[in-house]
Design a protein around this ligand. Sequence first.
Ligand code: TEU
Length: 567
Amino acid sequence: MSSRESHGLLHPAGSPEDAWWRHAVIYQVYPRSFADADGDGVGDLAGVLSRLDHLTSLGVDALWLSPFYPSPQVDGGYDVSDYCGVDPVFGTLAGARHLVATAHERGLRVLVDLVPNHTSDAHPWFVAALASAPGSPERARYLFRDGRGDHGELPPNNWRSIFGGTAWARITEPDGTPGQWYLHLFDPHQPDLDWSNLQVRADFLDILRFWLDLGVDGFRVDVAHSMVKAEGLPDWDEPVRMIGGAEHSSPQEAPAPMFDQEGVHEIIRSWRRLLDSCPGERAMVAEAWVEPADRLARYVRPDEMHQTFNFPFLTAGWDAEALRKVIIDSYVADDAVGAATTWVLSNHDVVRHASRFGMPDPTGRPNGIGARDPQPDAALGLRRARAATTLMLALPGSAYLYQGEELGLPDHTTLDDDLRQDPTYRRTHGVELGRDGCRIPMPWSAGAPALGFSPTGRTWLPQPAMYHDLAVDRQDGHPGSTLELYRELLRVRRERGLGWGSLTWYAPLADRPDVLAFHNGEVLVIANLGTRPAPMPEDTHVLVSSTPEAPTDQIAPDTAVWLVSAS
Ligand code: TEU
């Protein structure tokens, strides 16, 4: 045991002078569902601009915008048909530039989404590939292969799409004959690029440069672990595990041939060199569903990404032992490579944590909840969600928030099946309901049409009745509301320097495996995930409590508190 560990110190302190992303709280905006300025029922960039005050009053450091690029919107914009533009449904390029500049004036950094694994099938590169002959440079941008079988009628290998079904689609050649197949790890409308192609690499460097020149502070990189596929595209007989949106091979074994290949790191390094050549502190965060933690940490070595999302934290469930292990593994792995750890509980791909933690099995990770499923206990889910966030925002490092979690929003868990838009639902024939439930338009004003989301009352997905009482204007200024809790957590986090702080386990509660307790500097954090109360340490007072009423002598189940010494 190192001297660090023998004193319970898991993670040493940083400093407020550290690069911004090492301790930032970053708010994810899903533009389709944030705020709709023009009234067509789909959120837009003008809507984001009009609501920047919400982010500054919340106290976040940065926002990450999910894709707003031209796209047929088959997968909520993760099917990009022009990487250097703005879809008319979201606004204009001038509007994007104005949004970035205005956010900067308000002290907010801006990350944009980069989607390098695949394009839309409407992208001119893919249209040109279809119109060109097998073996042409146009086809070489993508993973076209001849089929197996006597007449090429069988897919080139046995890979499965992450959205269900085969990962291959057969095309009709320009002369009208049945032709080659192309790989799509996601929807058939999202053909995978071939990253061994130097043109693809050069084009993406130009795309990054375009947005860096426009002024963005960096990128969230979509499925950053899948760009490179194993040589020869070998069959993969193991099931590609898909648990609540996660997909990875067994951590102990070689990675699946479509994920976490060594060649990915070379691409990431080329991007890092570009970012480092730009003025300011530009940053990249990898969306990489890679386990275990030391394997994931290879993406954040000093010349690679700045951050990765911490999905093991998100998928650990409401379970103190599992969370403790993730916290330890994350710091040990990230500290070993000098990277800042990140934390996240919700995003646009998973059931919101206010719903997950209210399920009969709060460690489960459903891919959508529907009207025929057991319904979450809303009050219990919200209570635990508030405690989980209180725990998360006390952890040194950077944290990601997903729009609406500051209101305690649950998923829409009774959405009509015929309104579902996530391609997962269709491709799995309804076995997986998909992610629409976590992508519902935001409620801003309880009395307004579409709860203030859109001036006309139109919404691309309906809001559940429960959102009425959770609207921003119902919580703003109300002590004890979830919105005020988030504001308070972010204010105290900043005031006490928790983001760049340290973590030392608190020994007196070591006999309570169902309780997480640690010091971050002078703040003692106690989260009770068990079923019986935990004792309140003597001579302390409560700085922030996840419950509307601060506890006095005992910390009730499903509660987290930040304490300081009373003396
Ligand atoms: O997600 C990557 C991904 O593999 C999963 O989280 C996926 O959403 C899940 O398996 C669904 O069943 C990213 C984006 O975050 C997601 O929204 C996109 O759909 C996907 O890539 C494709 O671009």
